[in-house]
Design a protein. Sequence first.
Length: 309
Amino acid sequence: MKNLNKVIVENMDKMTKCWSCPIGANTEKGINLPGQQAIHQVVDDLVSVLFPGCHGNEPVPEAKMPVFMQKKLEEAANALTGQIKSSFEYQCKTDHGKECSKCTDCIDKAEQVVIHLVESLPAVQRILQSDIMAAYQGDPAARSVMEIVLSYPGVYAIMVHRIAHLLYEEKVPLIPRVMSEYAHSATGIDIHPGAKLGTGFFIDHGTGVVIGETCVIGQNVKLYQGVTLGAKSFELDAKGNPVKGIKRHPDVGDNVVIYAGATILGGETKIGNGSEIGGNVWLTHSVPPNSKVYNQQPQPLVRSHEGQS
């Protein structure tokens, strides 16, 4: 019979050897990246500043709300600065194979990114108000805007995306993707932080929605569950690796509705303003403004029961 403690020691020794592999351990003297949960906490804190008392455990004291929220924002901003600094240092090591301890570029860049984020939060807040109203006006089941803020997964995924997208635009490594995947795991909605979303954006129900990195979505667009705005087969380089940094995902114009299960693919595909794309449509070419694209409905099968005993 095997001895459990002996098995643990033997297998821990095997795993220890792999910790020094290219994909190994994150330590303070090695990769030194922020942990996933630390980034999640910053997301939670930033969302709580945008919508005080809505995504925490309890209402915030109204008389002290400005002071309370300022402290929350300071904590989140300071934590995020350190996280972004570490991510820039990681990129520097990866790109150049050298340590960054003797240079201040990473901390300077991190501070400027966070300053830009904080300065952008009032505009993000205003845009999110338009997203919330789009959800309220676009869903007859919604009884109040607070119901939407507290419970709608599509609105939460958009909240997180609008924060992550700001960091993505500033070329912050890793952290925007961790943020977007945090929302993905909570909602089932996968929005790459690089995607550009217009104002008044609404994702109804949401589960299974995928929006790719180079997708551009106009104003007042509504998506239903299971919609994919994705890429066609990947272009490969001479070594057989996917070519990165090219336009791969479709553009969606203003005032477009895309119904459940539709799949729209390709960087050259453009959906014109005011169009409707029906459920389960497979689309890999552009359509002009005010188009209506639907699958042909099959005739229902009707069986006769005459003469049966």
